[in-house]
Design a protein around this ligand. Sequence first.
Ligand code: FAD
Ligand code: SF4
Ligand code: SF4
Length: 393
Amino acid sequence: MIKVIQEKCIGCSKCIPVCPYQAITLVEKKAVIDLNACTLCGACVPECPVDAILIEKSQERAANFADYSGVMVFAEQKYGTIMPISFEILSKARELADVLGKEVTAALLGHGFHDQAEELIHYGADKVIVIDDAFLENFLDEPYTQALAHIVNKYKPEILLSGATAIGRSFVPRLAVELQTGLTADCTDLDIDPDNKELIQTRPAFGGNIMAKIRTTNHRPQMATVRHKVFDPLPKDETRKGQVIQEKVTFDATKFLSKFLEYINDETQSVKITDADIIVTGGRGVKCAENFSLIKELASALGAAVGASRAAVDAGWVEYSHQVGQTGKTVKPKIYIACGVSGAIQHLVGMQSSDIIIAINKDKDAPIFKVADVGIVGDLFEVIPQLVKKLSR
Ligand code: FAD
Ligand code: SF4
Ligand code: SF4
């Protein structure tokens, strides 16, 4: 809750320019805050010389914290295959749980499992809770929300992690509302505060210009989603032992709002950028859709996937599924070749942990060269054909 104490406000306007959301106006010499625009960021409060702006945060702790313990991972699977993101998150969950001295539990939802639960144990889980039900055969928001809410309410983890995948992004916010707790989406790092054992959730904010550290102080579980390739999985250890628990849930099918019709594969990428060892990315420097064939030629000569900057996607030269960056995919190939990409921070957050970065740009001062291992200052329309020629030999 935010309010301006009208009797104190002297109409000095100092709070107006500091509001990043233009939520404050002056009406009859008194500050008025548009509650629909205000995000409670707090920037205006210290600016007021007469302490007229008040933010009241609920001090009420909705959950009994002592009841919550350990780290839970939503283990995503597709047609019975555990998705790599689940192993990546398990590795971080293991690290966090070891700091807390607690267990890692994986929640596995679906239908017709065989030995997938054991696999999760081999990658770091102590316990796997499985709900095997025909309602969970194909992903749909409502049954997945009901099933995971059932597990969380019963097993009460203090931390719940999921992949920021199409599935995670779709139902995990819904789950957070159901559980009446907070959710930090697209985290790039997770840590435990050594003083109070809270989860510190780091993610880019304000267009990637700052890294925000977010805490869930009043509610449990502390929920976060993490993108692909942010963490490395632990090596598989087939000697690890753990417990597999079969759970049952009674679904309320009256709350199901959608139904599964068919699965259509994304045919726009022959090699997926999230799985590729080599990615050749084109940016605005490619100039038009037709020129993207040059990027595709280099990619095909290398057996690589085709990536794109947002500028190239927004221009309609290539589909969104190719976009690398903050609002696209996070990638970590062995080799990343950026052609005509300037290296804006929102692009860098999606690719800077690639093993080797090669940049081709005609501007020697382009920021991409700051992260590049190999920089080619030159015209991509001259450099790429030469590379393709050499590679085809
Ligand atoms: P530009 O910045 O225009 O760079 C083009 C480069 O091509 C220049 O460096 C130029 O020197 C070079 N060039 C031109 N001609 C040639 C040539 N003939 N040969 C060689 N080099 C040449 N961007 C992303 O990429 N991914 C994201 O997910 C993303 N998310 C965003 C989220 C938010 C909230 C915001 C605000 C922005 C986001 N952006 C994202 C956009 C980002 O800020 C940049 O605008 C974008 O990355 C620029 O794309 P670019 O490098 O292709 O284009
Ligand atoms: Fe603006 Fe932040 Fe103040 Fe709200 S709290 S009025 S968003 S500065
Ligand atoms: Fe009123 Fe304080 Fe804003 Fe000045 S800074 S207009 S006194 S609320």
